[in-house]
Design a protein. Sequence first.
Length: 140
Amino acid sequence: MTIQHLDHFTLRTAKVAETVAFFRDAIGLEEGWRPAFPFPGSWLYSAGRPLLHIANLESRGAELDAYLGTRAVAAGSGALDHVAFRCSDLQSHRQRLLDLGLRFSERVVPDLLEHQVFVEDPNGVKVELIFACPAHSPGI
């Protein structure tokens, strides 16, 4: 498995408009397209790449918790939901996690043709590993 680059970070916040405005106006990111997730939010881009995913906590409910998981959210770094790495070689990385005895979950985002693997670090920080879906096996 090869880590190619940091893909994005996700913030959970009830201050969506203010967060979007800050990262747009102060940092220089641009608002852009977002897949049809079952909860509201925003994606902000740089050079055509979505770097910041925002999950709207005002709509917190079954859809958000089912998709991202239930967790307490606090101000500051407590708002950080997860860090994501773009990767290659899904099968070998899945085996690495199994060999280490680490629990992980997986899902596919059909709109993006991506396979996501989620695992927690020893500090409870969620790490997402993103792989392109194999062309011969849609949904895997």
